[in-house]
Design a protein around this ligand. Structure first.
Ligand SMILES: [Mn+2]
Length: 233
């Protein structure tokens, strides 16, 4: 099928206000457009479960792919295993999601299980070929030199510097994970506007523009044209 537009939408982190702002701007048409959500729906904002529930609803469209982010991974481990993630997830924004979850489950006790099943079913990447060109959508990135099918969940969900500095694949990679305001520290790159998506010279586009930060935004790109939409402040 030939899509009119192919969108990637970066990290959301519980900011339903910013999500609505950017999503209204793109006027997504599920009959003609395709949309990849890059993960990290929850944590740090104040409407974490609304954002997760929105991703759950959106993923019912055949033309929407909702990926798993490292924050969903931590959330899953916390509720399923109750292991070290109580010291990892909660301090990383999970504490707010956990409080919301307790409140939601009072009204809808089955919601936790539905949410965890949704997270378990999330793919870790999405590959597309458009006019002979390869696109890979992934939350964090790829281990350089490793074929896509052999990438570890650890790399797909967590990698940063090693990917930015050493990726030389042919595919265009569209990812989130590292807020662009923090990118200078990691790559040494000067960025003109720190809340704008960044395209590195080695075919990597970073769409996490710090949704949870006071001046942050949620960003969406049409990967076919490079056109960008952002939430209002
Ligand atoms: Mn994130």
């Amino acid at each position: 099928m030939q899509y009119r537009r192919i969108f990637a939408l970066g990290d959301i982190h519980g900011r339903f206000d910013r999500l609505s702002s950017v999503f209204n701007k793109i006027a997504f048409d599920p009959e003609q457009d395709f949309l990849v959500l890059l993960g990290d729906y929850v944590d740090r904002g104040n409407e974490n479960l609304h954002c997760l529930q929105w991703a759950m609803k959106m993923s019912e469209f055949p033309s929407v792919v909702a990926l798993r982010g490292n924050h969903e991974q931590m959330m899953l481990a916390y509720y399923r295993e109750r292991t070290f993630n109580s010291t990892v997830w909660l301090p990383n924004g999970g504490n707010r999601t956990d409080v919301e979850m307790a409140a939601w489950c009072k009204n809808d006790p089955s919601f936790l299980e539905k949410a965890l099943q949704f997270i378990e079913e999330r793919p870790l990447y999405h590959q597309m070929f458009i006019d002979g060109k390869e696109y890979i959508f992934v939350h964090a990135g790829l281990e350089p030199g490793v074929p896509l099918e052999y990438q570890s969940p650890e790399s797909l969900l967590w990698i940063r510097e090693k990917f930015y500095n050493n990726y030389y694949g042919d595919a265009e990679v569209i990812c989130g994970h590292t807020p662009t305001p923090y990118l200078g520290r990691i790559t040494g790159l000067e960025t003109r506007d720190i809340y704008t998506p960044v395209r590195l010279p080695n075919r990597i586009t970073l769409l996490d523009t710090g949704s949870f930060l006071p001046d942050g935004r949620i960003s969406c790109m049409n990967v076919l044209t490079g056109e960008i939409w952002q939430s209002d402040h």
